[in-house]
Design a protein around this ligand. Structure first.
Ligand code: SF4
Length: 370
C-alpha cells in the first residue's frame, strides 16, 4: 500500500499555492527558481517566498512551444506553457535563473520578454575547480543578487536573518537526507515516487512546514511493518524530473525499488549542508559553487557522486531518463554506463503521453534482465 497517497501531496501543494496567493495580496513577493544552484536562503532572507518551478506535463509543453525554438527541451517549453496557464507560475514576481545549459540561458529571456517578469540571471563559472578567483566571482554574483532581491521586497538582507535561513534550509536538507536514507534498507518502504513527491512538496512549503511534513512521513514509516519481498534496486538519473513525471517512477516501481537518484530534483539538492565556517555569503558562494552537475567542466564530480551512491545504496540497475534535445544529459549516457558498470535503461522522450505503453515495454524488458 502507498505510504502517502499522491493525492495527499497534490492537495498540500494546492493549499500552499492558495496560501501564497493570499500572502501576495498582502504584499509578499514570490521568486521562482529552477535549479540546485539557486541560493534559496538569500531569497527567503530578503523576505520573499522562494518557489521551485518544476512542473511539466504535455498540455503545458504544447502551450509553450510557440515561445521557444523547435528544438527546445520539453522542460523549457512546459515552463513557458505554465507561465500562461498554471496558478503557481502566475504568482511569480521575479525569476531567479542560473546559466546551466544553453536552454536555461534562453528560457529566462523569453519569460521576461513574453510575460514581463523580471529575471535575475546568476552566472556560474562553467569551470568547476573551486579556484579562489572563480568562487570570488560567484560571490560577487550573489552580492548583486542580494541587492536585486532587496529592491524587490524593500527589505535589505541582514546577517542574522541570513544565518537563520541558512540553518533552516540545512535542517530541511538533513531531514530530506534522513527520509531518502531509509531506502538503504533491503526492501525499502519509501518508494522513489513518494520521495519525488515529498521533495517537490517541501520546495513549495518552505523549510519550517516542510520539516514538519517530513517528520510526519518518518513517523508513518517507522510504524509500518517491514516488507519481506526483495526486488531489483535501481538508481534514477538524467534530465530534470518534474512533479508530473511521477507516472514513470510508479511504472518502474511496480516491479523494482528506486533506492536513490542523481537528479537535480532529487538527492543532489539535499546531499550536503551549506558549510558553517565563514561569513554567510562566502559560505553560500562556496556551497553552491561546489554542487556537482553534468553541465560543469570537468564534470568528474558528477561521476564520483553517481559511483558513490551506486555503491552505498547497493544499486543493481540504472534508469536514465533524458528529455528529447537535452544534450547536457543525453551526451553522457555511454560514459556513465562505463563508469558505473551497471545495466542501464536509457529513455529519451518528451512529455507526450502517447508513448507510455512503449516505455512500459522497455521498462519491463529491462527489469527482466536484472
Ligand atoms: S539540462 Fe536539459 S532538461 Fe534541463 S533545461 Fe537544459 S536542456 Fe532542458
Amino acid at each position: 500500500m502507498e505510504l502517502i497517497p499522491r493525492a495527499t501531496f497534490r492537495q498540500i501543494r494546492q493549499e500552499r499555492v492558495e496560501e501564497i496567493a493570499s500572502a501576495r495580496k498582502q504584499g509578499a513577493r514570490v521568486v521562482g527558481y529552477f535549479c540546485i544552484y539557486s541560493p534559496v536562503e538569500l531569497v527567503q532572507a530578503a523576505g520573499a517566498i522562494p518557489v521551485r518551478l518544476m512542473r511539466g506535463g504535455q498540455a503545458a509543453e504544447e502551450a509553450g512551444e510557440k515561445y521557444l525554438r523547435a528544438d527546445a527541451c520539453s522542460f523549457c517549453n512546459s515552463c513557458m506553457g505554465n507561465f500562461e496557464r498554471d496558478q503557481l507560475y502566475q504568482q511569480v514576481d521575479a525569476v531567479l535563473s542560473v546559466n546551466t545549459c544553453d536552454m536555461m540561458r534562453r528560457l529566462p529571456e523569453s519569460i521576461e520578454r513574453h510575460f514581463g517578469i523580471p529575471v535575475y540571471q546568476l552566472y556560474m563559472p562553467r569551470t568547476s575547480e573551486p579556484l579562489p578567483h572563480r568562487v570570488a566571482e560567484f560571490r560577487r554574483q550573489l552580492d548583486g543578487l542580494a541587492g536585486e532581491l532587496a529592491t524587490l521586497t524593500g527589505s535589505a538582507i541582514g546577517t542574522e536573518r541570513l544565518e537563520s535561513e541558512i540553518a533552516a534550509f540545512n535542517r530541511l536538507r538533513e531531514m530530506l537526507r534522513q527520509a531518502s536514507d531509509t531506502r538503504r534498507m533491503n526492501a525499502p518502504l519509501l518508494s522513489g515516487g513518494t520521495m519525488l513527491d515529498l521533495a517537490t512538496t517541501t520546495w513549495l512549503l518552505g523549510p519550517v512546514k516542510a520539516v514538519s511534513l517530513i517528520e510526519e512521513v518518518l513517523r508513518i514509516l517507522a510504524a509500518r511493518p517491514r516488507r519481506e519481498s526483495r526486488r531489483p534496486r535501481l538508481m534514477l538519473g538524467g534530465s530534470i524530473l518534474t512533479e508530473d513525471d511521477r507516472w514513470l517512477l510508479d511504472m518502474v516501481e511496480e516491479k523494482a525499488d528506486i533506492v536513490t537518484d542523481i537528479l537535480c530534483t532529487g538527492t543532489r539538492w539535499f546531499a550536503e549542508d551549506a558549510p558553517s565556517d565563514g561569513a554567510p555569503l562566502d559560505r553560500l558562494a562556496r556551497f553552491y559553487f561546489s554542487r556537482p552537475c553534468m553541465h560543469r567542466r570537468p564534470n568528474s564530480a558528477m561521476y564520483e557522486y553517481a559511483q558513490k551512491l551506486a555503491r552505498e545504496f547497493r544499486v543493481e540497475g540504472f534508469v536514465y531518463k533524458t528529455l528529447l534535445y537535452c544534450d547536457p544529459w543525453s551526451f553522457e549516457v555511454r560514459r556513465l554506463q562505463e563508469a558505473l558498470g551497471l545495466p542501464v535503461l536509457h529513455l529519451d522522450t518528451d512529455y507526450s503521453t502517447e508513448n507510455r505503453e512503449q516505455v512500459r515495454t522497455r521498462v519491463e524488458a529491462f527489469l527482466e534482465t536484472l
